[in-house]
Design a protein around this ligand. Sequence first.
Ligand SMILES: [Zn+2]
Ligand SMILES: [Zn+2]
Length: 128
Amino acid sequence: MGKQLLWKGGCLCGLIRFEAEGQPGFPHSCSCRMCQRATGALTATWVEFDRAKVRWTGEGGAPSLYRSSEKSTRAFCPQCGSSLGAVDDAPVIALLTGCFDAPHRLPLKPLSHSYRSGRPRWWHVTVD
Ligand SMILES: [Zn+2]
Ligand SMILES: [Zn+2]
């Protein structure tokens, strides 16, 4: 069968580290106001894993959480403030692709883009 995929990443200061196993699910970009405010970026790009496939491996353990909606909480480092992802009430953890150690290796196609109208016109995100 396929080889075991193991993805690693973490926050800017290194206190919060994660390992995620398997094929990243539902690659998508989002330009909604919540993602914009939570990340400081015009567009956030996400991948999802089953909660059981994500381990918080850094010295800081699990990230701090902020409940941003009825369905989800935003995860961030309490020390450096980096946004790491969203821990949904559903058994899914969405991780921000910029936190991965090798974001260029993530299979991100096809990539969808939610709340596209939330970004300025000059900001281009190519999806297919
Ligand atoms: Zn940090
Ligand atoms: Zn969003």
